[in-house]
Ligand binder design. Structure first.
Ligand SMILES: O=C(O)CCC(=O)C(=O)O
Ligand SMILES: [Fe+2]
Length: 446
């Protein structure tokens, strides 16, 4: 059975091409895309105002008359939802339109033209699929395109499409306008947290930024497939643009999926895992997924904003409570750990530098901490020459995961969210490990 190399993904069919074939025929789509149970989970539709994610108005944030109130609303959105929409954000309409048009143009091209920008082994930029590690794995109904956008000198222009001709310029402008907006939001988040805005901005110095564009083709069996599997974003803050008017984003709230109604012209912003740690758990990095439409394609572009590469990430000192009632997040050297963690969104950011290759073991292996962050944060993805030791780490991960699940199960429904998170996190952690070292297929894989 074939398995993916560390950090890579097995080749799977192009979903857009697959959709063109199957949507026109009477044949059922391949079984690997059928995920009846997951797709059938209860979904609350976000028409009802009480289930809608908060809308933050940047004009109100900037206006001294309304700033305090809007900033409190922003903080509350990050605490209770982990998601919000942002309007009057200052990113020119023309920049968004050009960006949208060029993404659409790119995906519209014949398959061969897009394949010129295919991902290459060990590199998660380009066009293709992430996270596919086993031939038994269920698949997402989507094609992805990843690019590192900032710092500018980290751009790998081999992956930047030259067609449509305006693509590079559109992405560049969009990237810099988005970075400005993110700086503004980070400043107000610091105000809400009661910390020095400058010290917070320093943590995001240089604004590392990567992008994942996702194309979800229509699917005649849409109610049985998942567009993008449930996950949390690993970075600080994600700025998501639904690139056309087809809805599909769902977020996990109180154990149920809530369908988000993306407002035209607004961005959807969500707290990533790093920001959750920085805020000492005050803000929540929430699980989300994307579903597909039976007759219409959907496109989205997520911009992930990371902390400065070598920063030590732990709760901001001002937010550490250090008392028996609260469990503070452990301090974690992101540069040391994130390059070796699992998801594409971090793996492509932080290639493991030679001096940081050792130390796979947990900094803090208390069950609470592992439950919170997932084993994936603690144990990295080894490079080729370190494969020999992977067995130990893999079995350590299995044992820790089993222990955590048992403890959480015993602890009762109050900890359901932690359990779900552990499940998701460890699944993601497993994604990038070279499976042959594991032996048989993982029991918790889909
Ligand atoms: O397509 C969407 O709405 C969600 C995309 C997303 O969550 C991601 O790219 O991380
Ligand atoms: Fe996401």
């Amino acid at each position: 059975m074939a398995h993916a190399e560390a950090g890579g993904s097995l080749a799977v069919p192009n979903v857009q091409a697959l959709a063109e074939t199957y949507n026109r025929s009477d044949e059922q789509i391949p079984g690997r895309y059928i995920r009846d149970e997951e797709a059938a989970e209860e979904v609350i539709v976000d028409h009802d105002i009480s289930s809608a994610i908060p809308i933050i108005d940047v004009n109100k944030l900037l206006d001294p008359q309304s700033s305090k109130e809007e900033c409190a609303k922003l903080g509350s959105a990050c605490k209770h939802w982990g998601f919000f929409q942002v309007i009057n954000h200052g990113v020119p309409n023309e920049v968004i339109c050009n960006f949208r048009n060029d993404i659409t143009e790119f995906f519209k091209q014949p398959l061969e033209a897009k394949m010129a920008y295919s991902m290459i082994p060990g590199n998660l930029q380009g066009y293709g699929q992430h996270f596919v590690v086993s031939e038994n794995q269920k698949l997402d109904w989507a094609d992805l395109f990843g690019l590192v956008l900032r710092p500018i000198d980290s751009r790998d222009m081999r992956f930047w499409p030259s067609h449509p001709p305006s693509f590079r310029n559109s992405v560049d402008r969009y990237s810099s306008e988005a970075a400005k907006l993110v700086s503004c939001l980070l400043k107000f988040l610091a105000v809400d947290m009661g910390v020095e805005p400058e010290s917070f901005l320093e943590i995001f110095r240089g604004q590392p930024q990567s992008m994942r564009m996702t194309y979800y083709p229509p699917c005649k069996q849409a109610s049985k497939v998942v567009g993008l599997s449930p996950h949390t974003d690993r970075m600080g803050l994600t700025l998501l643009l639904q690139a056309n008017d087809v809805q599909g984003l769902q977020i996990r709230k109180d154990g149920k999926w809530v369908a988000i109604n993306a407002l035209d012209g607004a961005f959807i912003v969500n707290v990533g895992d790093t920001l959750e740690i920085l805020s000492n758990g005050r803000y929540k990095s929430i699980e989300h997924r994307a579903m597909v439409h039976p007759t219409r394609e959907r496109m989205s572009a997520a911009l992930f904003h990371a902390v400065y590469l070598d920063a030590t990430v732990g709760p901001l000192p001002e937010l550490v409570k250090n008392d028996a009632q609260h469990q503070d997040f452990p301090k974690t050297e992101l540069g040391k750990l994130s390059g070796k963690t699992s998801t594409a969104s971090s793996a492509w950011w932080n290639p493991v530098s030679p001096e940081k290759k050792q130390d796979f073991l947990p900094v803090d292996s208390s069950w609470r901490s592992i439950a919170k962050h997932g084993v994936r944060r603690r144990i990295g993805v080894p490079l080729d020459e370190e494969r020999d030791s992977i067995g130990d780490h893999a079995s350590f991960a299995h044992v820790m995961r089993a222990l955590c699940l048992l403890l959480l199960l015993l602890a009762g429904p109050g900890l359901q969210r932690e359990r779900q998170r552990l499940h998701t996190d460890t699944r993601m952690f497993m994604c990038d490990l070279p499976l042959p070292a594991y032996g048989p297929a993982l029991p918790f894989w889909d």
